[in-house]
Design a protein around this ligand. Structure first.
Ligand SMILES: [Zn+2]
Length: 347
């Protein structure tokens, strides 16, 4: 069944940070119970030197102000500078809900790759992004993904994704999401599907349902529960401060209803407040499901949220050889400490 594998070791040297006294640093290697993806926990890092300097808020304000005039997501420009879909794909060319607007990505990754502006307000700090902005963006994303499947039902691998601020890959600071529908899934989506199917064939149960039940008993990484969604810190993170949202009974994205999206939006608003409290200014998220409209018993919808390097002048990227080529992650905080801290923001 589910095994939480971890290995310990130590590194010893005379440290200039400790007057050249001998220091012994504890390291922990963890493995994700589903994919086997490894991560390294080094809490000495967080105590002595941070990989992630606090956000430079003066610089962030400067970026917000400077980018306003040329922003293609602001009301003055959006109709003039963004593309629209042919009528047979999206009636009217763009989808609109309140002040959220969806249009095609000018530089697509697949046949169906859209951008959703989630609010008309140009610049929002992470803690100012509200649940209603998030809901409006998610609603349009799901409407779009369903429309793409109706147009071409070979496209069964939808995800909803986001980059917030440039160290996270966003080209505009204006808050936006990116729904994407592939007919050949991404490498990681394929891995999740394959591993979850193998687990189901071997154990006769769904990995995600089993995980929820274990995590709720252990209470080490469990953060919150609302409606059908359960919020956890990742046992073996693939990004900074990785949080998982898993739906007990929703197997693919077509099953997420308005209430699920409202619950998700409320939880994200609270999570973003925690990030802001920690002087964090960036995030990425991806929401995955089983093959669209297939409702596979072996899968459950899951969102993964991570932070990236903060907005600071001359920032150092957070991805180096460890992440890009060795495909592992480093964390300066244990997932258990992270869950404990975040819980305070979900009361
Ligand atoms: Zn804007």
């Amino acid at each position: 069944m589910i095994e939480f594998k971890r290995y310990h070791e130590t590194a010893t040297f005379h440290s200039p940070l400790e007057n050249f006294n001998k220091v012994t640093i504890d390291l922990e290697i963890r493995e994700d119970p589903l994919t086997g993806a490894r991560s390294i926990i080094n809490t000495y890092l967080g105590k002595k030197w941070s990989l992630y300097p606090d956000t430079d808020y003066n610089y962030l304000d400067e970026i917000g102000e400077k980018s306003k005039e040329r922003c293609f997501l602001c009301d003055d420009n959006i109709e003039k500078l963004t593309p629209s879909y042919p009528e047979d794909i999206i009636k009217g060319g763009r989808l609109k809900f309140k002040d959220a607007i969806l249009f095609p990505n000018l530089f697509p990754l697949t046949k169906f790759h859209a951008v959703v502006r989630i609010t008309s307000e140009h610049y929002k700090k992470i803690g100012e992004i509200t649940s209603s902005m998030i809901f409006n963006g998610l609603k349009l994303s799901i409407d779009f993904l369903k429309a793409t499947f109706q147009y071409d039902n070979r496209y069964k691998y939808p995800t909803i994704n986001a980059n917030h601020m440039f160290p996270a890959g966003a080209s505009a600071p204006h808050p936006h999401f990116q729904p994407v529908n592939f007919y050949i899934p991404s490498t990681y989506h394929q891995l999740l599907l394959d591993k979850a199917r193998q687990y189901y064939e071997k154990n006769g149960s769904c990995y995600f349902v089993d995980l929820i039940s274990i995590e709720k008993k252990l209470k080490e990484r469990f953060i919150w529960e609302i409606g059908e969604s359960v919020w956890l810190s990742a046992y073996s993170p693939m990004g900074r401060n990785e949080i998982h949202v898993i739906w007990q009974n929703k197997k693919d994205l077509s099953e997420l209803d308005e209430q699920d999206l409202k619950d998700l939006s409320l939880g994200l608003e609270r999570l973003f407040s925690y990030f802001h409290h920690k002087k964090i200014s960036t995030y990425n998220f991806s929401l995955f499901g089983g093959p669209f409209y297939e409702k596979p018993d072996y899968f459950r919808c899951i969102m993964k949220i991570v932070n990236r390097q903060n907005v600071v002048r001359d920032h150092r990227t957070d991805d180096y050889f460890l992440q890009k080529l060795l495909n592992s992650e480093l964390s300066e905080l244990t997932p258990e400490e992270l869950a404990k801290e975040i819980k305070k923001f979900f009361k």
